[in-house]
Structure formats: C-alpha cells, structure tokens
Design a protein around this ligand. Structure first.
Ligand code: IPM
Ligand code: MG
Length: 368
C-alpha cells in the first residue's frame, strides 16, 4: 500500500455522476481509516464529452487516465446521443477507446449472490444457491474492434434484387490475444475452485476453433485446473439451468458481453455487478450496467455495483485487501439489515427500507 493513490474519475452520463459520488464517499471513509490519500482527477467521457469537446474520448481524458494509478468509470450513453449514423460520434466509442488505449484486454466480472438477495433473483432460490462465477471476458479484440463497413447502393443487396445497403463486421483474433486471456482465466481458476469453462462456437466459427485448440494448449500448463469446452448457446442455457456448475468462465468479447448480462440477472439485478478491466498498465473499474437514462437524476439508482467496483480496485490495483474486505462486509451488512434500492426490492421489502442512491451510500459508509 502506498501513501497516495491517484484515481481518475470518469462519471460519464445518465446515473453515472450520482453513483460515482457514493463510491467517492466510500473511498474517503477508507482513506481516513487506513491513513492513505486518494487524489481524484475528474475527466469527461461519453456523451458529456461529445457535448463539451466534440469527442467521446478527449485527449485530456486519456492523458489523465494514463497518469493515474487506477480509473473508476461509471457509465456512458443515453438516448440523446443514440444514432445509427455511422459518421456521428457515439458515447460508447469513449468506452471502447479507453479500453483499447489502456490495453485492458482482460475484463473480470465476478457474479456472486449476496445471501440477502437470493429472493431478488428471477430464478428459484435453490437454483442460485452458492453461485460464485468469475466471467473472464476478452475486451480488446473480436467483433468490437474488427474492420466494419457499410456500403450503400450495392447491386442485389436491396429487397427484391434491387440495389441496397450491405454491411459487415469482422471477427478477428490473433493467437497472442487468445492465449493471454486464457492464461488470466487459468490463473484465476487456480486461486478458486480449479475449473475453467471455455466458451466458444467451434461448431461454426474459425476463430472459435482456434480458440478451442489454444485453450487445450494453455491447459497443458495447468494440470491442476480442469478445462471444459462449451458452446456459447449451450452456455446461455446452462447459466439459467444450473448456474452453480460454473466457476471461471472465459470467452471472447461479444459472447462475454452477452453472457455477463445474463449472469448478472441471476444475482437479481444488474445493479449489483462490478467489473475490473486489466491490462499491462493502469486498470479500469466500472459497474457492468449502463447509464440507465430512464432513472437518471432522480436519486434512485443503485450505487452498489459502483461501490463493488471500488472493492475490486482496492484488491487488484492497490493491494488493499483489508479495505476491500471492509467494503464487502459493509455492503453485506446493509443488505442483511434489509436496506434496498428499488431495483433490488422485493414484494415483501419493508417500504421504510427502500432507499435512494445517497442514503444507500451513507449506509455503506456507516458500516465501514
Ligand atoms: C459492457 C457494455 C459495453 C460493451 C457497451 C456500453 C459498449 O455493454 O461493458 O458490457 O458492450 O462492452
Ligand atoms: Mg454489456
């Protein structure tokens, strides 16, 4: 643990500013307690950056992120900037850009169920019992970053043989990109229950066949870890059938995006899922959920995924394991006492215990 950590704060859009404020409260409380200093630098990303600077990832933001010990991001995007015009800037480009520029190829998304929230899951409580999954998603390759193009007026591409639009996206992976993410997964499994599910679509895609071969090659270096290959469509089904069969689940970028939302719902709410994006330099921490523009500015968003992202930051970037444990214990205690934001409230939740964003943050701080 160092004396001072520089944290780059990227509140972004929608509920972002509201939830990041609660995460900062938690960090400030921990700074006092552990005698360390967190220096914050705020920067713009996403829609707000498009509005202010014309770019979803301004140069100053990237510089601030690179100069920090860790980046805490909230969320980007909203209907204001939604467009299908390929030439218009999109908030999501800020997020994808910072992932690429910081080389954050490994996205870890822990899916755990707090006991108090078992009933918030749409699955039966006995099905979600003991769920503890680590999704390891490749984050800087695949369809997200392959060449894409839209061509207008292509002969025969239109309806009834007319000229029309043709578009393509490219799913491309290099061997080194696959091997390094697989290694992350096997390393993680070694510290957990020793099982890796490698998810692919090897019955159709060439990238997946290469992925599968490499998974077995990497597995040879980890004789203590069991490797299970699973097709992505089956994995989607197995996640809701018997989620407790999974420990570490490793997959390419797009499959990981989709499966992590699905897995999050097992926990009852996307509002509970944090993520760590790691590479060779500064790491980035963010909730797995989006900017929830429908509830932005109303003070009702669930800040817990953002606060759980702080827990991951303390663990992976600052090696402050005790402080990270404190955060987890505080959240567990708050939930055990029955406090809920609207998204995780159940029919039998005491209405007096349904609280807003700020109050939820205060409760967590009080339990630290
Ligand atoms: C996520 C999000 C992003 C992604 C979007 C906002 C670009 O869904 O972090 O999972 O697809 O990676
Ligand atoms: Mg997603």
């Amino acid at each position: 643990m160092a004396d001072t950590y520089k944290i780059c704060l990227l509140p972004g859009d929608g509920i972002g500013p509201e939830i990041i404020a609660e995460a900062v409260k938690v960090l400030d409380a921990l700074a006092d307690r552990y005698g360390t200093t967190f220096d914050y630098e705020r920067a713009l990303i996403g829609g707000c950056a498009i509005d202010e600077c014309g770019s979803p990832l301004p140069d100053e933001t990237l510089a601030a992120a690179k100069a920090s010990d860790a980046v805490l991001l909230a969320s980007v995007g909203g209907p204001k900037w939604d467009t299908t015009d390929p030439d218009a800037p999109r908030p999501e480009q800020g997020l994808l850009g910072i992932r690429k520029e910081l080389g954050l190829y490994a996205n870890l998304r822990p899916v755990v169920i707090f006991d108090a929230l078992k009933d918030a899951s749409t699955l039966k409580a006995e099905a979600v019992d003991g769920v503890d999954i680590m999704i390891v998603r490749e984050l800087t390759g695949g369809l997200y970053f392959g060449k894409r193009e839209r061509r207008e007026g292509v002969d025969g591409a239109g309806v009834d043989g007319a000229a029309g639009v043709q578009a393509y996206d490219t799913l491309i992976y290099n061997e080194y990109e696959i091997v390094r993410i697989l290694r992350q997964a096997f390393e993680a499994a070694r510290k957990r229950s020793g099982k890796v599910h490698s998810i692919d679509k090897a019955n159709v895609l060439e990238t997946s066949r290469v992925w599968r071969e490499l998974a077995h090659r990497v597995a040879a270096d980890y004789p203590d870890v069991e490797l299970v290959d699973m097709l992505v469509d089956n994995a989607a089904m197995q996640l809701v059938r018997e989620p407790s069969q999974f420990d570490v689940l490793v997959t390419e970028n797009m499959f990981g995006d989709i499966l992590s939302d699905e897995a999050a719902q097992i926990t009852g709410s996307l509002g509970m899922l944090a993520s760590a994006s790691l590479g060779d330099g500064t790491a980035l921490y963010e909730p797995s959920h989006g900017s929830a523009p429908d509830i932005a500015g109303r003070g009702i968003a669930n800040p817990l995924a953002q606060i759980l992202s702080v827990e991951l930051m303390l663990r992976y970037s600052f090696d402050m394991q005790d402080a990270a444990d404190d955060v987890n214990r505080a959240i567990t205690a708050v939930l055990d006492e029955g406090w809920r934001t609207g998204d995780i409230a159940a029919d039998d939740t005491d209405p007096k215990r349904i609280v807003g964003t700020e109050k939820m943050g205060d409760l967590v701080v009080a339990h630290l």
